[in-house]
Design a protein around this ligand. Structure first.
Ligand code: DAH
Length: 347
């Protein structure tokens, strides 16, 4: 009997030590199984019962159960401690320092090109124009042929073209949208459109040349429109872009798709016409090309030139912005330096 008691005491100490040495829940489960499991050490001791005199059996049984309870208490204590340690570690790791400064998100700016295009769109929509778009990959026919620029026409040299195939190209101007719109209208409906968009020329980029830039095309076709309407429209655009009080003048020029053709100057917004470095001392700055739609252009797209007439204009958007804001490098529009872009933030 003494032996058995000693054995029990030894098991108790061993188990207590084993539980104390555990650091993870997995290890704890192993130790628990080893001492308290169905086939564990303590149940093994119960099997010694048969060798114990009957009178001592109850006391022995109780002693084993006491040890079981003791060990199981230790196991629970340790489980609690380990679980608490896991939670503490997690809390420490995921702690948020609410006093740290927040991350700065920088807000972009609407690009100055977008702003100018939308300003002109707003004005012209108010005058009854529709805003159209056309593809940047065009046919030679729409970009040149139907605009009175046949293949051997010398004026094609003015526009260095990115050809994709013999008859496909990157549009060199927004004028092909005139052709597309006239064709879509079947030769018998009046037209009043503007078309803003990107155009491409085979230029080497420098301060005043860019292989990609923006234009806004305008086209009005009906039975009565005249050069006076054109002039009034252009004056409204000049006042919108450069501020109230501007004047414009038309100088004779040449474009294959208009006849007569004009180059349009606006009175200098900087010196009000007295002469400065922006207008190179002349008081005037050239802002766009325009004219009355050439009969060949009307006819090529299905409009009877004895019945219909039209005017058209083409605005270089970068040029307007450069003149208005005194920007002297066209590349500034496309390198997206936020310090440049932010200068045009409205609010
Ligand atoms: N397409 C011309 C260019 O890119 C600009 C232009 C001039 C357009 C006169 C027009 C116009 O509609 O009437 O150089």
């Amino acid at each position: 009997m003494m032996d058995v008691k000693q054995q029990l005491e030894q098991v108790k100490q061993e188990a207590t030590k084993a539980v104390a040495g555990v650091t993870t829940l997995v290890e704890l489960a192993d130790v628990k199984a080893k001492y308290l499991g169905r086939k564990g050490t303590l149940n093994g001791l119960m099997r010694l019962m048969k060798d114990i005199p009957d009178a001592e059996k109850p006391a022995f049984g109780k002693a084993v159960n006491d040890v079981k309870q003791f060990v199981s208490g230790k196991v629970e204590e340790t489980r609690h401690a380990i679980e608490q340690a896991i939670i503490d570690a997690k809390l420490a790791k995921e702690r948020i320092d609410v006093t740290l400064p927040g991350k700065q998100f920088t807000v972009g700016t609407r690009h100055i090109m977008t702003q100018i295009v939308e300003e002109i769109e707003d004005l012209l929509i108010g005058m009854g124009y529709q805003v159209m778009e056309g593809p940047e990959v065009e046919t030679d026919e729409n970009n040149f042929e139907k605009l009175n620029l046949p293949k051997d026409h010398p004026a094609r040299d003015m526009q260095d073209t990115f050809y994709i195939t013999e008859d496909t190209l990157l549009r060199t101007h927004t004028s092909p949208v005139q052709v597309r719109t006239m064709l879509a209208n079947g030769g018998n409906k009046p037209i009043k459109i503007i078309c803003p968009g990107k155009v491409y020329r085979r230029d080497d980029d420098d301060a005043t040349h860019s292989h990609q830039f923006m234009q806004i095309e305008g086209l009005v076709v009906d039975e009565t429109t005249s050069m006076a309407d054109l002039k009034g429209t252009l004056l409204a655009i000049a006042n919108q872009v450069f501020g109230e009080g501007r004047d414009i003048r038309l100088r004779p020029s040449f474009f294959p798709f208009t006849e007569p053709s004009v180059e349009v100057d606006v009175s200098c917004h900087n010196c009000n016409g007295s002469g400065c470095n922006i207008c190179k001392g002349t008081g005037w700055i050239e802002i766009l090309g325009a004219g009355m739609v050439h009969n060949n252009v009307l006819e090529a797209s299905g409009y009877d030139s004895t019945k219909y007439r039209g005017f058209a204009f083409g605005i270089g958007v970068e040029r307007l912005a450069m003149l208005k804001y005194g920007i002297n490098d066209i590349r500034d529009f496309y390198t997206n330096d936020m310090r440049f872009n932010r200068q045009f933030r409205k609010r």
